[in-house]
Structure formats: structure tokens, C-alpha cells
Design a protein around this ligand. Sequence first.
Ligand code: E4P
Length: 214
Amino acid sequence: MQFFIDTGDIEEIKEAVKWGLIDGVTTNPSIIAKTGRTQEEVIKDICEIVDGPISAEVIATDTEGMIKEGSELAKIHENVVIKLPLTEAGIAACKWFSDNDIKTNVTLCFSSNQALLAAKNGATYISPFIGRLDDIGADGMTLIQEIRHMYDVYGFDTEVLAASVRHADHVKHCSMVGADVATMPYKVIKSLFNHPLTDKGLAQFLADYEKSQK
Ligand code: E4P
């Protein structure tokens, strides 16, 4: 499973890249707003740090506007992936981008039928939002499983990019049900390292080593 980091915080990205685990980056307008910088500035900086797919989201809500905005974003760097909302306009824009060999990430997906539309129009990635479904009492992981099954049945190339990942258990289950990618906030990636028995065991090994040196 590929690991994308879901942030616009350059320091977090630099730190995570040092671990050697980061395959790509996702952003959204809320993430960019937190940086206090323009999307173009943030995306340019990220492209210098990570050599992999970097999602940048359009703000336009009509197909023509999405195509115009996305085409500008695509000029920033060859790794930029155009993030489009799962609306009628977004799905139509997805078809235009795929016909023009520009990669897309169709976002705000909350049903397998929505995922079917994105795949039919050649989306590079579909982003089902697990955490936001869990928040309303639905089961985000079931959606990942349904989409995985549907894409496998028809041999769609669209990659399942699990988004709105909130904790380590989400990551474990995403990998077990075959998500192609999980995009995670920095703190979720960092939490994957943790186990109290690792800390305890290492402390013991180091203490025994010290004793053996006396
Ligand atoms: C990523 O592409 C999504 O925009 C992001 O994972 C949403 O996460 P949230 O539901 O925690 O805001």
C-alpha cells in the first residue's frame, strides 16, 4: 500500500520524507488555508521535496472553470494531480483531464456508485472519505471494500485512495482490504511506529548492554 501524507505543512512533509515512507502528498482547500499561503506556493514547495503524485484541488464548481483551473495547476509540475469534487461538473471535468492525459483524484466520495462514475471517466484516483463516514455512524471501511471489489470485477485502473484516515486502525484495515493508497495526516503516520513493547524491549536491551560493558 502506498503512503501519501495529507498535509500542506512543509516541515511535516520533510520529516516524514526522512523516514523513507512517503510516496505522494494530498492537499485540499482547508489544508492549504491552514498554511496562510497560496496553493501555488505550497504545491511548488512540496514538488521540490517529494517526487511522487501531489494532489492540488480546484475551487471552481463548473466544468469549464475546473478545466481552466486544473490546467493551470498541472503546469506547476509534472507530478501534480488535479483533485476534482465528485459532482456532475467534476465527473465531466475528469473525463476531459483523462482524455488529455492529465492525472486526476476524484474527491469527496461517499458511495460505491460515485466511485463507479469516477472510474468510468478514467480517474487516476478515487478518494473515499473513511473518517467522515464513521463520524455519521456509517462504516467507512465497508465502502473501501465495496469499491475494491467493484474495481476488481471490472478491471478498472483507478486506484483506491483511502482518505479522511483518522487513526492507526484505519491504516491497518485499509491495507487488509486492499486500498492502493492511504493518505494520512502526519500524526497518524507517526503513530504507526508506536508499540509499548518496542519501547520496553529496547530499554531492556540498552540496559543489558550497559551492564555487559562494566
Ligand atoms: C484527502 O484527500 C482529504 O481531503 C482528507 O483526507 C480529508 O480528511 P478529513 O476528513 O480528516 O478532513
